[in-house]
Ligand binder design. Structure first.
Ligand code: ADP
Ligand code: MG
Length: 281
């Protein structure tokens, strides 16, 4: 399912213009990353898709239908949503957290549990963890449960708001790989929010670089953005962290690796990496 933002504006009651006339087409079955600094309006944009926030003007469409015409609760049951803090129900076991939406949709407990176990396998969680409570899991495991729960209703659309922002860098890379693997299989329409350029380059089929009030600084494929930053703002964003990126190879969901130098300048795309010199080993 495709998502269209048509000139959406959100002004909060205190006068903050979080989003100013933002337009974007999010194609079906691809991952679109909204990349920008804290406070630029990313979460507001994401929340307008499932009506946790209603735009002040403009419209968000899913397959041409204005979401404003759909009842919010119904909408949220058919759109997956993953937040930074997995947002799990603390007093419910892992299996029941994942089974929540299938149960609300009328599945029997047995059916919903079966589905939960299948999803645990999909997101790489050992089934022995099913009976634990969220606090008995690591941060990375909790995020996996969050992803499993978002997938439980088999939604066409997955909204992910800095879902891997609270875990340490190694686990983060692991979760990114897992998401790529899941996406190769499930081909959801993913709208993914991050302020991390490497994460955006890794996961995005399309990246939208945002300034304050969700002004689009540039949108394009990772390669387009790395090869030809549209302006100083984008170039600066890419340049952040360059010290730790001496030579960077980013695996692409669609295959191959995007290789760039320490300044974010592309060296090219290669089909495979020599066994001994990849980050992925
Ligand atoms: N409920 C709210 N009331 C008032 N201002 C808000 C509210 N939510 C977000 N904002 C403001 O709107 C702007 C965009 O916020 P947000 O969409 O959360 O950005 P991001 O997710 O990119 O950090 C920020 O200035 C933020 O302080
Ligand atoms: Mg946010």
């Amino acid at each position: 399912m495709a998502i269209d933002f048509r000139k959406v504006t959100k002004t909060y009651p205190d006068g903050t213009v979080a989003v100013d006339e933002f337009s974007l087409h999010v194609p079906s079955h691809t991952c679109t990353v909204l990349l920008g600094s804290s406070g630029c309006g990313k979460s507001t944009l994401l929340r307008m898709v499932n009506r946790m926030v209603d735009p002040t003007s403009g419209a968000v469409l899913i397959d041409e239908a204005d979401v404003a015409t759909t009842e919010p609760v119904a909408l949220r049951r058919r759109i997956g949503y993953v937040m930074q803090e997995a947002g799990l129900l603390p007093h419910r076991r892992v299996v029941d957290n994942i089974a929540t939406v299938p149960r609300l949709k009328g599945a029997s407990t047995a059916e919903a549990h079966r589905r939960a176990h299948t999803l645990m396998e999909i997101v790489g969680l050992d089934s022995a963890l099913a009976r634990r409570y969220p606090r008995q899991l690591s941060g990375g495991q909790q995020q996996r449960v969050g992803v499993a729960r978002a997938l439980a209703a088999d939604p066409n659309i997955l909204l992910m708001d800095e879902p891997f922002g609270a875990v340490d860098p190694l686990v983060r890379v692991e979760l990114q790989r897992e998401l790529q693997r899941i996406q190769t299989e499930l081909r959801k329409t993913i709208l993914f929010v991050t302020h991390d350029i490497d994460e955006a380059l890794t996961l995005g089929d399309q990246i939208v670089v945002l300034k304050k009030s969700a002004e689009v600084a540039q949108s394009g494929t990772p390669q387009e953005i790395v090869e030809a930053p549209a302006n100083d703002f984008v170039a600066q964003f890419l340049g952040l962290d360059s010290a730790r990126r001496t030579l960077n190879a980013v695996p692409r969901a669609t295959g191959g690796w995007l290789v760039s130098d320490g300044r974010g300048r592309p060296l090219g795309v290669v089909d495979s990496m020599p066994d001994t010199h990849t980050d992925a080993d």
